[in-house]
Every structure is written in C-alpha cells, then in structure tokens.
Design a binder for this molecule. Structure first.
Ligand SMILES: NC(=O)c1ccc[n+]([C@@H]2O[C@H](COP(=O)([O-])OP(=O)(O)OC[C@H]3O[C@@H](n4cnc5c(N)ncnc54)[C@H](O)[C@@H]3O)[C@@H](O)[C@H]2O)c1
Length: 397
C-alpha cells in the first residue's frame, strides 16, 4: 500500500511520541486532540524531542522540516485522505468507541484504523466501525520514538492485507514488529505482569527485602529491578494493569494486597516521591528504600520455604518463563518472537526462553512443581513444558 499521509489521534504521552516516530522517518502526520490547549502541549513535547535531536547533531533546518510535516487540528476535516490513522486517545472503551465511530464516518473507506491500546480488545474496537477488516492493533512502547518494538495485533476480522500494510508501516519507521494474536495484555505486558506480581509476592510474603529482589532481577536478566520499575511507572498504573489481568486470567495472575495498600497510602513511586524507594525531584537516583513499605505488610516473616534451594533470581523469572510456555501452547505468536519481543520491548539481556534453556527445562519443571505445591495456581507448570521434558528436549529453541 502507498503510505504517504497518516493521522494520529490523541496528543498525549503516546500520541506525541508516535508523531515523532513518524516524522523522524519523513512521514506527513495530522495530529488531532480535543482542544487547542492539549494540542499545544503535545506540540511542545514534539519540540522537546526535536531539541534533543538537535543537541545530538540534527541540523535545526532538518528539525524544522520535520516539524513542518505535522498539521495540528481539533476537527476531522483533514482526515478524508489519510492512508492510516493511529489512535492514541485515553484508555477508555467509551472514548475509543466514540473516536472509532467518528473515524469511520470521516475517513475514506480504504483508510486503515489502528489502535495503540494497551489492554482493550481490538475486536471490540473494530466492531465500532463498518470496516472491521481494516482495524488492527499497533502497540507501541513508551517512548514510541525510541523504543524499537511494536506489537501488531489483528482482531478477529482483520484482513491479511491490513496486517501486511501495518507490517509495512512498522518497517517504514524502523521498528521491530511481532505479530501477536489478541489476548489480554498481548505478549510483552502479559509476561511482564507475571514477573512484576511475583516480585510483589516475594516482598509481601516477607521472604526477601526490596533490595534483594531488585538486585536478583538485574543479576539474571533485567535492566532494572521490578520494584524500581513499579515506582517509575507508578503503583496506580501497576494496580490497574494487575487487576485487569487478574479479572481476565484469574488466579494465575493473583497479586498481593500490598499493591492496593501502596496506592491507598499514596506511595505511588516517583510521582509522589515515595514508593518502594524514596525520591526527591532534584535527584535522578532514589535516596534509599522506603522502610514504611514493611509496615504495610502485616504478615510475620515466612520461613524460607519452599524456595530455600530455589535462587531468588530464578523464582522471580519462573512465572514469566511459565507464561511464555502458555503463550506457545495458545499459539499467540511465533516461538522466535517471544525472546525477540521481550528483549526489544523490555531491554532484557536474555529472553524467557533463553533463560529456560540456561536454567534447564527439567529444573524449571521441578522448581515450578515445588512452588505449585506450596503456592498453588500461579506456579502450575504449563503442559507444553511437561511435553518438552517428556521428550527429553534440552532446549526450547
Ligand atoms: N503511556 C504508556 O506508557 C502507554 C504505552 C503503550 C500504549 N499506551 C496506550 O496509548 C493510549 C494513550 O495513552 P497515553 O498514555 O498517551 O494517554 P494520555 O492521557 O497521555 O493521552 C491521551 C490523549 O487523548 C486525548 N483524547 C481524549 N479523548 C479524545 C478524543 N475524543 N479525541 C481526540 N483526543 C482525545 C486526551 O486529550 C489526551 O491528550 C492508551 O490507549 C494507552 O493504553 C500507553
């Protein structure tokens, strides 16, 4: 398909950085939001991104040329001849419904309508239009102009031509794309949630300290500890993601009360200067652990069972590894996409399947069984892992 003119709807955190990803690759964009004040803020953020590029050597003339590719609007008049719309409005099904109905009215019948939703159903969003074959998920990671990964999520009726065109767009803007079948939280956030929940369990069961957990995660594969990451993204956002996944997937995605207590006590992380760590606005690094977190945990320290012989770093990763096996079982994506997506999207040094290979498939199964006996559902081994072990396989891929 000829991709010459795009539109981004929503000029917030994601919208502005998606525009930046498009104009950095020479694409014309119409940017729409509800009113001029929000739009101005979005444009200011694009200016800041461009200033950073200038500081790194981009000529101001080229930066201005990139800025000129953006047309900011508050109505749909410019939408009639756009090839692709990327929707990045607030994460509410009612708002998305209104926006997709309007887009369906205003855009040419051939225009593809993509959504950057993190959690809502692509199929449901597509049902708000009369062109469900031309609606698809294109999930960017924050900030969209820097993070290389995009997940392409077709809905039930999305046509193969649409998927092909979305892949073409991803290539055009130099992204690594993985195709993911629609499931709650898609691929990366689904696996990430399992690992983030486990970090909270390790803390709220009083088995490990904040520092021990974050150190162990970094040692094995992660670019940042899970509790530091929770503070960075905000415990309120973390709670809404955790509760959504629990609602959709059930007991396997159970999370401890501690997360609710963190939100109730306004310990949201960096944005309130207090979370699992303490912060000040002047310092980019945390001042230290917030000892008040331990007072929110009622439980007495647990005996170090059953994980006495299971290293903390492995215990933290096992739920993510097990979820990766469930994803394979459900045929959510190609096997080789899993590590690629997790490494590109989260900056992991090793993907969950590489970790499983390194730990040993039989060891992973034994550890999961031991933990499942003690903690129940959240460690129930994926049947696919059992099959690999029965077949004496030593590697997943
Ligand atoms: N923030 C992230 O890290 C992240 C990452 C990936 C995906 N997402 C998804 O991207 C989408 C946007 O998230 P965000 O963080 O940029 O939100 P945001 O709140 O920063 O921005 C949303 C923007 O949508 C605008 N908006 C609301 N209703 C509108 C309408 N009817 N027409 C036009 N504009 C409208 C708002 O004015 C606001 O500027 C959500 O679906 C979210 O789940 C967010």
């Amino acid at each position: 398909m000829q991709i010459t003119k795009l539109a981004v709807i929503g000029a917030g955190t994601m919208g502005a950085s998606i525009v930046m990803a498009l104009i950095s690759n020479g694409l014309k964009v119409v940017l729409k939001d509800t009113d001029n004040i929000v739009l101005e803020n979005g444009l200011k953020n694009i200016d800041k991104f461009l200033d950073k590029k200038i500081a790194k050597g981009l000529s101001p003339i080229k930066a201005q040329a990139m800025k000129n590719l953006v047309t900011a609007v508050t109505d749909y008049k410019e939408f009639a001849d756009v090839d692709i719309v990327i929707e990045a409005v607030s994460e509410s099904i009612n708002i998305k419904q209104k926006v997709f109905q309007e887009l369906d009215e205003w855009c040419n019948l051939d225009t593809l309508l993509l959504t950057n939703t993190s959690s809502l159903s692509i199929t449901q969003i597509a049902s708000f239009t009369r062109r469900s074959d031309k609606v698809c998920g294109l999930h960017f990671f924050n900030p969209a102009h820097i993070m290389k990964l995009v997940e392409i999520i077709p809905g039930l009726d999305t046509s193969s031509e649409t998927i092909q065109s979305v892949t073409q767009l991803a290539n055009l803007i130099n992204k690594v794309s993985v195709k993911v079948e629609e499931c709650p939280s898609f691929l990366v956030n689904r696996l990430l949630t399992r690992y983030m929940n486990e970090a909270l369990w390790c803390l709220s069961d009083r088995i490990y300290t904040v520092e021990e957990i974050d150190k162990a995660a970094v040692e094995i594969a992660m670019p940042i500890g899970p509790l530091a990451l929770r503070d960075m993204n905000g415990c309120d956002i973390g709670l809404s993601v955790a509760s959504y996944n629990f609602k959709e997937y059930g007991q396997r995605f159970a999370y401890p009360d501690l997360l609710v207590k963190m939100v109730d006590n306004n310990l949201l992380g960096k944005k309130t200067d207090k979370g699992f760590y303490l912060y000040t606005k002047d310092s980019p690094k945390p001042l230290g652990v917030n000892e008040n977190v331990y007072t929110l945990i009622n439980q007495k320290p647990q005996e170090k069972l059953p994980s006495s012989n299971i290293p903390l770093s492995i215990r933290l990763m096992l739920p993510m590894i097990n979820e990766a096996f469930l994803v394979i079982q459900e045929k959510i994506c190609k096997l080789e996409s899993i590590d690629l997506a997790l490494k590109t999207g989260l900056g992991m040094k090793l993907g969950p399947l590489e970790l499983a290979n390194n730990i040993g498939l039989t060891t992973c199964l034994n550890y999961l069984e031991e933990l499942a006996n003690f903690y129940g559902e959240r460690f129930r081994p994926a049947y696919y892992l059992r099959k690999l072990v029965y077949a004496n396989k030593t590697k997943v891929i």
